[in-house]
Design a protein around this ligand. Structure first.
Ligand code: ZN
Length: 447
């Protein structure tokens, strides 16, 4: 196991339910004794899809059989009309039924984000332990205590018990589709923006900020130095470091108690694209690929913020322009259509009263210098983020992730603050009354 992973697991043993990350070549063959210790005896339900069975499931099956583990195979179905499984309430309920039907005492997810989240959440509800055999270094969810679930068309993150163990076989990870490896890098490249958003939220809204989680994220970021350019040739050491950094990012979220350390406005851009893709049958890309583009867009907004003269913020004019909530609901209805009902509670939770908006803008103006100084310790320019993503041939434009429609790209920046209440640069731009302008500028620069 990577030394940093071991140290982090030891140090936060009381807060992390994950007990081991087996990250190595041959990890699948190595893992049965450890899994048996962590999952206990009984019947394990092993969740796979067609692809994950081919790339890792078969090897796991041989290893479990050789170790005389009792297990059953569960093929995660794709919903009607979809090519791939999705993690929604229905797929979780189906897996929960299968757990009961087989009398399973534990489960193993073989796959990446979707299968992992279905199994993780169903096991959380059923109070059963689970482990994950990772098939791609594509996102930071393997070690996190949350599951990304599509509920009534809205992408939500729900708290749940993390995996007891993660098996990350480097030969499997390094041979994953290149787009998924790029997705993993894209997910981690959100750091400069998500950490800036986290600071802004803490300073302007008083939300919780964890120095410990920040330190874990920093360690993960250090691992990534020099990795991007090595990924296109599937260099094992680079994949090892990418994967370890993803695992640390997940641990940071668990230690912080929410996704703040690794998910800010850039993730809302990606979630918006996912939601609209699902609702209207539009193209989308892997989570981290969209996050990478969202990060460039959000960093662009930070650039605009930095150029602002705080003395020119006309607080009273902005407060006078604030729509009453009932009028804003109508705006949301027009914007979100069939997704309106699902978006409403998230939007309402964050919608400020005139007094709240005034107080927040005053705070921003008063603390402008120290706030921006703090943000600039972690923030990077959109150009430098883009350059690093390009080294790994990652997508860097909306059109690269299938969003050729400029209106949809614009909406993903200007409207997505309404899908989650946690404060980000998107909310701040909206507070200032500048989100429309800045989003239009970002799309012009990045479409
Ligand atoms: Zn992410």
């Amino acid at each position: 196991m990577n030394e940093l992973l071991r140290e982090t697991l030891d140090r936060y043993r009381d807060r992390l339910e994950t007990r081991a990350v087996v990250q190595d070549r041959g990890a699948i063959e190595e893992c049965p004794p450890l899994l048996r210790r962590l999952l206990g005896d009984g019947v394990w339900l092993v969740a796979v899809d067609r692809n994950s069975w081919e790339v890792a499931g078969k090897r796991l099956a041989r290893a479990l059989n050789a170790a005389a583990v009792r297990w059953e195979r569960y093929d995660v179905p794709a919903p009607a009309g979809a090519a791939e499984p999705i993690c929604d309430d229905a797929s979780i309920a189906q897996f929960a039924d299968a757990l009961r039907g087989h009398g399973a005492t534990a489960a193993v997810a073989v796959g990446s984000g979707t299968i992992n989240d279905i199994v993780k959440y169903a096991c959380h509800q059923a109070r059963l332990p689970m482990a994950c055999v990772a098939t791609a270094p594509s996102m930071n969810g393997y070690t996190s205590g949350i599951a990304a679930i599509l509920q009534h068309g809205v992408k939500t993150t729900q708290p749940c018990r993390p995996a007891r163990a993660i098996v990350a076989d480097l030969d499997v990870l390094a041979e994953a589709p290149m787009r998924m490896i790029q997705s993993g890098l894209g997910d981690l490249m959100s750091k400069p923006v998500s950490n800036s958003d986290w600071i802004v939220s803490a300073r302007l809204t008083g939300s919780h900020h964890s120095e410990e989680a920040m330190e874990i994220i920093e360690h993960g970021a250090q691992l990534l130095e020099g990795v991007a350019q090595e990924l296109p040739r599937r260099d094992r050491d680079a994949v090892d470091r990418l994967s370890a950094s993803l695992m640390l990012s997940g641990f940071a979220m668990t230690v912080a108690g929410n996704s703040s350390p690794a998910s800010g406005g850039e993730h809302l851009v990606s979630h918006y694209l996912d939601m609209t893709a699902h609702a209207h049958n539009l193209p989308h890309d892997f989570h981290g690929c969209q996050v990478g583009v969202g990060t460039i867009a959000a960093a662009f907004l930070y650039q605009r913020l930095t150029e602002l003269d705080p003395r020119e913020i006309d607080i009273e004019r902005r407060v006078a322009d604030l729509l009453p909530w009932d009028d804003y609901r109508q705006v949301l209805r027009d914007r979100f259509g069939t997704l309106y009902e699902a978006v409403l509670p998230h939007s309402e939770a964050a919608y400020p009263t005139p007094e709240q908006l005034r107080a927040r803008l005053r705070l921003l103006r008063e603390r402008w210098e120290p706030l921006l100084t703090e943000v600039h310790r972690t923030l990077r320019t959109n150009e430098s983020i883009e350059e690093e993503l390009r080294r790994a041939d990652c997508p860097v434009r909306f059109s690269d992730v299938g969003v050729a429609d400029r209106d949809r790209a614009y909406a993903s920046i200007a409207w997505s603050k309404d899908i989650r209440s946690r404060y980000t640069i998107l909310h701040l731009a909206w507070d200032l009354g500048l989100v429309d302008q800045w989003a239009a500028d970002a799309v012009s620069a990045l479409a």
